[in-house]
Design a protein around this ligand. Sequence first.
Ligand SMILES: [Zn+2]
Length: 255
Amino acid sequence: MRTRISAALDDVVLQCDTRTRRHAFKDAPGAFNGLQLANGGRVTKIGAAVDAGVIPFQKAVAAGVDFLIVHHGMYWDMPRALTGAAYRRVATLVTGNCALYASHLPLDGHPEIGNNALLAKQLGSTRRRPFLVRDGEAVGCIADTRLSRASLRRKLEKLYPRVVAIECGSARPTSVAFCSGSGNSAVPELVSAGTDTLITGELREEWFNRAQEDKLNLYCCGHYATEVHAVQALAAELAEKFQLSWEFIATENPL
Ligand SMILES: [Zn+2]
């Protein structure tokens, strides 16, 4: 029997830690970036998913994935008893010999494979400056744009299945801010950052009034939908480096 090509789990984890600059980011209190669950020590197939969850874990195991990268990991409020769904998540991974690697803010802010850099690239923006600097690291970015607001919106509506557009700002914005996932922390920083246009995942209801008051364009393209990019980019890079296959484990998360 031919043995499958595999890589050492430790090597794959080290590559993820280095490439994402895991230690540079503080992240939310209770969040934990890095290897959240080990497997037997070898990796033969890499998976990428946005969220930790019983269903994505079952899908990953069924697809033969034994190293799964997620953007939203299992731990946000440690310590947590491994009962109910939390137990089923871990049991699915352990039974399936699937390691779990989580990377949250490092995969939003990365200048090449981060969600925001890739969102900007989708719109043809390459020259970027930092936005939403937290503990010395930029989580978001701002890019110059030549797109009118109307063509920006058309592009987004082609790229994303559900776009909520609040258009109270300039019809010809000169720059666009990017904040994947939740953009609630980004809206109050737009004016001081010198831009009136934000592309994000989701926003709270109250920001509609702020958009009118501050004359902002706010585009919500889905929390999940704006955060599929970085896990895919990291998985593809790892697969290439270690000569393994990889697969995106999609879910039907409409939010
Ligand atoms: Zn998120």
